[in-house]
Design a protein around this ligand. Sequence first.
Ligand SMILES: Nc1ncnc2c1ncn2[C@@H]1O[C@H](COP(=O)(O)OP(=O)(O)OP(=O)(O)O)[C@@H](O)[C@H]1O
Length: 362
Amino acid sequence: MARIAFQTLAHSYVPQPTGEEDYALKPMEHTWDDGGAYALLGPSGCGKTTLLNITSGLLRPSEGRVLFDGRDVTPLEPQERNIAQVFQFPVIYDTMTVYDNLAFPLRNRKTPAPKIRKRVEAVAEMLELNHLLARRAKNLGADEKQLISMGRGLVRDDVSAILFDEPLTVIDPHLKWVLRRKLREIHSEFGHTLIYVTHDQTEALTFADQVVVMTEGRVLQTGSPQALFERPEHTFVGYFIGSPGMNIVPVEASGDRLTIGERTLPVDAARVRTALAKGGQLELGIRPEFLQLAEGSGDSLVPATLERIDDLGNYSLATVNLEGRQLVVKAPEDQQGTPGDRVSLHFPEHGTHLYCNGALVE
Ligand SMILES: Nc1ncnc2c1ncn2[C@@H]1O[C@H](COP(=O)(O)OP(=O)(O)OP(=O)(O)O)[C@@H](O)[C@H]1O
């Protein structure tokens, strides 16, 4: 296995790029640590597959270098990099048995037969394919074929990393849960570096130790699911992760106070000064889970107007209007209130963030 690092990496599919918009990947430094379970998360077209294919060697970056444990592998093909890749759709041999499909990557590398049997059986057991080992792949369903594809990726224990490009797209929703859990088990048992591309946040957050959030060819944040939830380093991360996403509202600064219209918000003066020194658009970010509807009034509370309450079964979402800006509060299921009620908002320090031009102000 290996630590995979990108140095001043960038990629343009255009032969003579003239501006930033010509780059599928904007210049970046990034590292996949040895043995990590990563999810690469972002909306369609943000550059996930491009970054994955540069990691595997299917694509050569137009700029920068790819290092495996410090060794420059930029010009090397996937086979020379020792990488396994599992794609969105099954890549298997229909005429072979399931056993032979799983054994194929090992036979290719002249692995001794007893070891092949041991590995194939271990992977088949993990993926619950043992009862199918003697069957030909041809007549199996799409789920089973994709399981075989995943098994082929997992069967070698000497790969630098295993890359999954939206591997569960064709899989039935219930089985998706099962497989994600299995992949986690496989990760803790075999210790491979796993990089899992998805545009589905649930998939990313339930699979990975570290989630890499991308948009428009940039990595905005790499962090644990908890870090992305509690401390988004960019408004995009706050908005993209969570359901509903983070409340992000434009704010103004008056001296070292932060205001929305007539209202002063409880954000410490030092952060406001830091943001003002940077200059640019200021926004307040707070997740619906952290913002609270409070009783009464007080210096730390901000008055607002209730717009509506949506009962979502085991919790409700209250939409409030604060000086013309809408914010959503996650409230108990039995939250009472009528549209037009005056309410008080509490912004706990933990969970209330200030952003300047989209970036978190520390
Ligand atoms: N072979 C190619 N030639 C030209 N442009 C490409 C090529 N492959 C991807 N692109 C462009 O590069 C950008 C990033 O694409 P990429 O496939 O890496 O994104 P993605 O995040 O994986 O998207 P998706 O989730 O839809 O697969 C997009 O604008 C895409 O149109």
